[in-house]
Design a protein around this ligand. Structure first.
Ligand SMILES: Cc1cc2nc3c(=O)[nH]c(=O)nc-3n(C[C@H](O)[C@H](O)[C@H](O)COP(=O)(O)OP(=O)(O)OC[C@H]3O[C@@H](n4cnc5c(N)ncnc54)[C@H](O)[C@@H]3O)c2cc1C
Length: 614
């Protein structure tokens, strides 16, 4: 036993364990109580659900609302929209399932006191765009968290989940999870009949544009650390579309959102010389992707593509033309409020750089890539679909159950379902919880059992970085460079550099190819070896060490998927230089991967895309 064996172990038993109390996790916790009145529902969160996850600082719009009560949109319309934006490849069964339930979620938020902007004449929610409705959403997360808190049997804040536990009596069945309290250092063993992973997406996989002291300024939340992918991957759950990493066009340096600007304020973009540029790249893009460029709305990745090409042609920076819209005092107010409810940092950046959008058109930029499943992208776990709607091939168990028995997912965790956003993620949490409760009820007395040996081994592994540091630091008298360990920040920067240079990050304009990807995998393999020598000087750094571990696993997955899909499906998100064209004949399909931890190997395969909605 190592130095840290005297740490306390605490046991928590539950029927349904929800990992991550963000939007999807709160939705799952709330709904699990609705269907499982007498069940023990536990939610475990590495921060505090009051202000955790990507919605922590609030939102200005709910981006997924059908408006069926006013016949504004139907679920089928949303499936068509998401399919079009993702160049044909979405799980239509899962998307439809969210779209048909999402309005009821939003109506609950309204009832719970979320300030919604309403049209004073019609009483309808104020639209920002076809799918988006506007809110005063600074307190969005606390409102949603309150309902989850009231529904849960127990919420465990400040516990970072590091690993899932598997049943010792039945192969391929989940039995719980382990983690540690980031404040007390206690080790936690959560034993559960069903587990819902709702641990958000992944930033800091790729080197960010802002480095050094500014590295926390990323578009996606810097604390989104890929646990949603690493936890299921490590126990052999299949993943899909991990190559579909997203790149965002945003206001430069603050990553302030552009949605309200384009949709509501009707601002538009131009190059450094005041010229419209998207049409310049029409023929060129058509060469690459064929008719997809003629779709309406133009897919998000293709709009990025035109912007990137224009910059590469030497006509950057690209600017958002705000000077016209901001002459209208109402629009000027909306423009600023948009940031105050969601990305205050952008307003601060503009103030610090002498940019008043009424007089200066601000620059746009493209972000480093992120991995997520809820925005204009659909990376994540391969999940079973709804009983009444999914094709046979997409159904092997309960709705939203992964390829591991009893392991469910929602939000950024689940792949194939782009454009769910905050409301759709919450809705998917509800859907997963209902199915998980059914799973628990059907289980009867055949409950999973946890192996003591497994969690004791994990306990040693989890605290090993503290021991590495404690022992290794005696070899150095000053500074942070040790012959025996690497610190989490050093490992993170190494990971980001590998992903940036070999797997299509910002420094190569998102370009990669087979030789680069293969070398990238070798380098990631070496980093994986070195993870045994991570040193953590305190519990905070221990959390960073495990976040890095999860990011590394997700990065390997992204790289394998990118190598497997020998086409450029989403120009503007990434490019395969050796396969620059979209290839519908061979790649109108999903990519699936499965990791085997015994052999440390990855298996990749294709899965069919079924178009259910015409
Ligand atoms: C900048 C930005 C702008 C956005 N704008 C909009 C918008 O305008 N409208 C809209 O509708 N949506 C918007 N979204 C999208 C929305 O925030 C996401 O779709 C949604 O939050 C995803 O829900 P989730 O539950 O999957 O992830 P999250 O809400 O991020 O929740 C994940 C939770 O898991 C926890 N967690 C992670 N790892 C662990 C672990 N190992 N152990 C324990 N807990 C863990 C996290 O702390 C977090 O609480 C935006 C997102 C961002 C980042």
């Amino acid at each position: 036993m190592g130095l840290f064996s005297r740490r306390k172990t605490k046991f928590v038993d539950s029927d349904v364990l929800v990992i991550g109390g963000g939007m999807a996790g709160c939705g799952a916790t709330y709904e699990a109580r609705h269907w499982g009145r007498d069940l023990k529902i536990v939610c475990v969160e590495k921060a505090n659900i009051e202000r955790s996850g990507a919605v922590a600082q609030g939102l200005y719009a709910i981006n997924c609302y059908m408006g069926m009560q006013w016949d504004e949109n139907q679920p089928e319309d949303h499936v068509r929209y998401a399919r079009n934006d993702l160049m044909g490849l979405v799980r239509e069964d899962l998307g439809y399932d969210i779209a048909r339930h999402v309005d009821s979620t939003v109506h609950m938020f309204d009832e719970w006191g979320l300030p919604m902007m309403k049209d004073p004449e019609t009483g309808r929610y104020q639209r920002e765009g076809k799918w988006q409705i506007m809110i005063h959403g600074e307190s969005y997360k606390p409102i949603v968290a309150e309902a989850a808190r009231k529904a849960a049997t127990e919420i465990y804040n400040r516990i970072m989940v590091t690993h899932l536990l598997m049943d010792k009596t039945k192969e391929n069945r989940v039995a719980g999870a382990v983690g540690f309290n980031v404040r007390t250092g206690d080790f936690y063993v959560f034993r559960a009949k069903a587990v819902i992973v709702a641990a958000g997406g992944a930033s800091h996989i790729y080197k960010p544009r802002a480095v050094g002291e500014g590295m926390g300024r990323t578009w996606y939340a810097p604390w989104s650390s890929a646990s949603a992918y690493a936890l299921p991957i490590e126990v052999g759950a299949k993943m899909t579309q991990m190559e579909n990493r997203i790149v965002l066009t945003r206001f430069k340096d603050g990553y302030g959102p552009v949605g309200a600007y384009f949709l509501h304020l009707k601002t538009y973009t131009e190059n450094a010389y005041g010229k419209e540029y998207e049409s310049t790249w029409y023929e060129h893009t058509k060469e690459l992707v064929g008719d997809y460029i003629d779709r309406h709305p133009v897919p998000t990745c293709l709009r990025n593509h035109a912007l990137l090409e224009e910059i590469k042609a030497g006509r950057g920076p690209i600017r958002m033309v705000t000077k016209e819209a901001f002459q209208d005092p109402h629009k000027e107010t909306v423009g600023w409020e948009n940031f105050l409810g969601m990305t205050i940092g952008q307003a601060v950046v503009w103030a610090s750089q002498n940019i008043d959008p009424k007089h200066t058109n601000p620059e746009l930029t493209t972000s480093e890539p992120y991995v997520m499943g809820s925005h204009a992208t659909c990376s994540g776990a391969w999940a079973s679909g709804p009983e009444d709607y999914a094709p046979d091939e997409y159904q092997w168990g309960y709705n939203r159950m992964m390829t591991v028995d009893g392991l469910f997912g929602a939000g950024d965790t689940i792949g194939g379902t782009a454009h769910k956003f905050s409301s759709g993620s919450y809705t998917e949490g509800r859907i997963a919880a209902k199915a998980a409760v059914n799973y628990v009820n059907d289980m009867g007395k055949d409950a999973p059992q946890v192996s003591e040996e497994e969690y004791e081994n994990l306990k040693q592994l989890v605290f090993k970085p503290l021991e590495n540091y404690e022992v290794g630091r005696n070899e150095i008298v000053a500074g942070t460079v040790s012959p025996s360990y690497i610190l989490p920040i050093q490992g993170l920067q190494r990971l980001e550099k590998i992903m940036d240079e070999y797997v299509g990050g910002i420094s190569s304009h998102y370009m990669t190819n087979e030789p680069l990807l293969s070398r990238g995998l070798e380098l990631l393999g070496m980093l994986r070896e070195d993870m045994n020598h991570i040193g953590a000087e305190d519990l905070h750094q221990l959390q960073r060490a495990w976040e890095l571990n999860h990011r590394l696993v997700a990065s390997e997955s992204v790289t394998h998927h990118t190598l497997f899909r020998t086409e450029t499906r989403w120009p503007g998100y990434y490019y395969r230089g050796d396969h620059m064209k979209l290839d519908d004949d061979n790649w109108h399909c999903f990519t699936l991967s499965q990791y085997d931890r015994q052999s440390n190997t990855w298996a990749l395969e294709k899965a069919p895309v079924y178009h259910i909605v015409d």
